[in-house]
Design a protein around this ligand. Structure first.
Ligand code: ATP
Ligand code: MG
Ligand code: MG
Length: 551
């Protein structure tokens, strides 16, 4: 496929399979349930589930739920829905890192007994200070040489809730002078007197990400533990735990470059701020790059999967993918698969003077120009119609092929009309155009002259009112969070949502939520999941018609 980019992990696994190094693969997608998934997560989902599909293996959905303070059941539900909607099925039940808390605790005791972990009384600030920097080795905590017996007892008491938060932590005893700071006695357990969405009040201590992740992979028999490049420096620690604990197998960690997309943000924390501050309409606002926002905007699962295939998987960090590529992916899908309809966003009335009041002609036109399977739709043609204000100019420039005084234009799927008269109100606003129809032009060119322009239109008596929400990029700049200290909220695009009251062709009246259309000459639209209902039609603009993606 010419639009697939290289995927080094897929190539690597194919090689391993070819030489018999692996038999069946197991991957996992491990979100923390502290927010909604975004397009960056989609990259990881397509990679992990895609590999399992391609090589006949399993992909697990595992919630990395070690930080109860920030996690919620609502996020768990949304994440499951998003993964399913993208078209992937996890193997077996949904899993939780918290399912392994008993085993992890037993392994912590194992390290303590082996003299490889200790309880530290230093405060969080002191621990940070003792840890040193890239250029300066760390210093040992005065509590580093506690005996295994004392450590076991203290760990049990931490677990029993005898100490306050921050009073003690459990640390691995590795190497305070390691050039890799992650190996300078990393924290295994913190005290948190918090209720957990899965385990309730059972635990007073919670394991760190590092102490949880690799062991959870090992418990599940994960073969390839794929994560983003920030975790490259954690890999020696990931392996240290697997080498020093009696785990059932040794998964391998492989890192890839995260997706960054211009004109938007791919950070849950920053997206959450936009939601919490009410800057957007919830996590599924169609302007957000969340999977549920993209769904509501009108993206198809296939277009998101296609996009993830197009961007490829590499270890080259720091690149910014052009959002035009995402727009290209959805546009290509909708071009082929969305039925057509006409909708006038900024209506001006046209009276067809040679059409009688009771004229009752109905055109039956294709649902899609290239898709017979999409059937036909009915377009009533009446004396009064709406056209878009932008399709008329009183004093047109030379190359304007739409309607103008004395000029002709074709009504899409119907006749050629000529503008005979412009009616204005007392403020000089155009209120009506009086035109005449050439009835000898249905499906054929007029005699002796060329009419170049075609415009869309809707019957005034039978069209249906529609609210149309035009979305644009949420930010005005390519990298709103480029400067670490700057406030990315300063770069918001004030015109990211423009609402119009338009008129749609009558076939739209019975539309169901999430139905997608090409509004001819206007763009691609999707009936809003929440707001669109009979009698109150609401459409979100997914993307415009013009492709600006340079291959
Ligand atoms: P965020 O930084 O947005 O909060 P996260 O990495 O903290 O993301 P997790 O829930 O831990 O969020 O992510 C689950 C998986 O998705 C991880 O394996 C992570 O590496 C991957 N992932 C997250 N963001 C991206 C991204 N922008 N591109 C590719 N993969 C990503
Ligand atoms: Mg994470
Ligand atoms: Mg994060």
């Amino acid at each position: 496929d010419s639009t697939s980019a290289p995927n080094f992990i897929r190539n690597q696994i194919r090689e391993e399979v070819d030489v018999g190094k692996v038999d069946t693969i197991v991957t996992r997608f491990p979100p923390e349930p502290n927010g909604f998934l975004h397009i960056g997560h989609a990259k990881s989902i397509c990679l992990n589930f895609g590999l399992a599909e391609q090589f006949g293996g399993d992909c697990h959905l595992r919630f990395d739920d070690t930080n109860p303070a920030k996690e919620e059941q609502a996020y768990i539900d949304a994440i499951k829905e998003d993964v399913s909607w993208l078209g992937f099925q996890w193997a077996g039940d949904v899993r939780f890192a918290s399912d392994y808390f008993d085993q992890l605790y037993a392994w912590a005791q194992h390290l303590v007994r082996e003299g490889k972990a200790y309880v530290d009384d230093l405060s969080p600030d002191e621990i940070r200070e003792y840890r040193g920097t890239l250029t300066e080795p760390g210093r040992s905590s005065p509590y580093r040489d506690r005996s295994p017996e004392e450590n076991l007892d203290l760990l049990e008491r931490m677990c029993a809730g005898e100490f306050a938060e921050g009073e003690k932590v459990l640390r691995a005893k590795i190497d305070m002078a390691s050039p890799n700071i992650n190996l300078r006695d990393p924290i295994l357990y913190r005290i948190r007197h918090a209720s957990h969405h899965q385990t309730g009040d059972k635990w007073k201590i919670y394991p760190s990400y590092d102490f949880t992740h690799g062991q959870s992979d090992a418990i599940e028999g994960v073969t390839h533990s794929i994560c983003t490049l920030e975790f490259e420096d954690h890999r020696p620690l990931y392996e240290w735990f697997l080498d020093n604990l009696p785990v059932p197998c040794k998964p391998r960690q492989i890192e890839f470059a995260r997706l960054n997309l211009n004109y938007t943000l791919t950070s849950k924390r920053k997206l959450k701020l936009l939601v919490d501050e009410g800057i957007v309409d919830g996590w599924d606002d169609p302007r957000l790059p969340t999977i549920s926002g993209m769904r509501r905007r009108g993206y198809t699962p296939a277009s998101i999967r296609k996009f993830c295939e197009m961007i490829g998987v590499t270890r080259a960090d720091g690149g910014l993918v052009d959002i035009a590529m995402l727009y290209h992916a959805i546009r290509a899908d909708l071009e082929d698969n969305a039925p057509r309809a006409m909708c006038v966003l900024n209506p001006v009335k046209v009276v067809l003077t040679n059409v009688s009041e009771d004229h009752n002609e109905v055109f039956e036109v294709p649902g899609h120009p290239a898709r017979d399977d999409m059937g036909t739709r009915k377009l009533p043609f009446t004396r009064e119609i709406w056209i878009d204000r932008d399709d008329f100019m009183e004093e047109p420039p030379k190359k304007f092929f739409r309607l103008a005084p004395g000029k002709e234009v074709r009504l899409r799927n119907a006749y050629v009309i000529r503008c005979d008269e412009v009616i204005k109100d007392d403020r000089d606003e155009i209120v009506e155009l009086r035109c005449s129809v050439d009835f000898d032009t249905l499906g054929k060119n007029p005699e002796g002259r060329k009419v170049k322009g075609v415009i869309h239109w809707v019957s005034a008596s039978q069209g249906v009112p529609v609210e149309v929400r035009l979305y644009d990029n949420l930010f005005q700049v390519e990298q709103p969070d480029k400067d670490k200290d700057a406030d990315f909220l300063e770069h918001l695009n004030a015109e990211s949502l423009v609402t119009m009251q338009g008129i749609g062709e009558p076939s739209l009246a019975e539309v169901t939520p999430e139905t997608r259309f090409q509004f001819e000459r206007v763009g691609y639209f999707c009936a809003d999941r929440h707001a669109c209902r009979e009698g109150h039609l609401v459409f979100n603009r997914t993307v415009g018609l013009k492709d600006s993606w340079a291959k």
